[in-house]
Design a protein around this ligand. Sequence first.
Ligand code: SF4
Length: 377
Amino acid sequence: MNEPVRELPFQQFIVKLHSRCNLSCDYCYVYHHVDQSWRDRPKVMSRRTIAAVGARIGEHAETHRLEEVFVVLHGGEPLLAGPAVIEDMVNGIRGSVPAGTSVDVTLQTNGTLVDHRFADVFARHDIGVGISVDGGREANDRHRRFANGHPSFALVQRGIARLRAAGDQWTGLLCTVDLDNDPLTTYEDLLALHPPQIDLLLPLANWVHPPAGHGGTAYADWLIPIFDRWFSAPRRQTGVRLFESIISMLLGGSSDTEAVGLNSARAITIETDGQLEATDALKTTAPGLGATGLSVHRHTLDDAMRHPRVLDMHRTLGRLPAECQSCPIVDICGGGQTSHRYGNDGSFAHRSVYCADLDKLIRHINDRVRSDLKLAA
Ligand code: SF4
């Protein structure tokens, strides 16, 4: 686990424009997990911090001659910051990077606040928009509710309709797996929203806080029917990032998600006060575990790149636990998402809490892909 790791420049910058949310989803890692640092942060990123974020990303792009950087505007709920803050942030970053660096901007929202003002900003600044939803009305509203208990699905549907009407900025849906929802019903309900892509996320959990239903392969058993439905469709109806990444790696390609694969995380999270955090997912492990103590107001992104907590997020074979290193599917699984390997000893030197699920899902996809290739030969 202690193999030295190469410092790599960041490619992805997750920028928290607002630290609060208008929803109060009961599983939310920001507000309902062990790390409560959001309470001490400014609600909205200030103009001073926006300027510092832009300058630091520009400096980093210049130092490392980055051809492309990926910016994810995040929260809380980033739309609570308002359209002007979003515009300022995007202009600040694009205005600071060198001429040879392109800036790809996406925004992750719960979708309930999308109106024509935001749709206009997204189109003018070419901001891709991802929307979080857990399925159809019943599935979504099981957890994704306002603090007063009101459901959110109807507002999300309205937000998606506004986005689709305004142009081509919608990038897809992000859906957290909930074993209480029927998998195929969930998938069909998501498909009915016509997403260009679906991200199916395993709930943030670890060995200290295991997921609901942990102990068997309930998550693989939930995902496999969706894979079979998706893979067997006579024509491609949408992309499913997890499945596509596994297939890509089985065929010698790479992963497009931190959920699987031996990827070195090249992302840094910037909080509303400018503090730099290794990754948001660590908020589900122990209070303050993702904190670096660094800030865009006092430190460069190169300082963050060298921070031990950031280096912990790199997934190379030599830093995985012995049981993963000797696992026959480690090249595909990569030990799963790093935060899922957090254990009672306070380290990440464990296989994923979803190990049995990842093993079953990857083997299933491998068998389906190989048998299809044989048929096609
Ligand atoms: S399947 Fe389990 S043992 Fe194998 S790499 Fe993944 S987490 Fe590690």
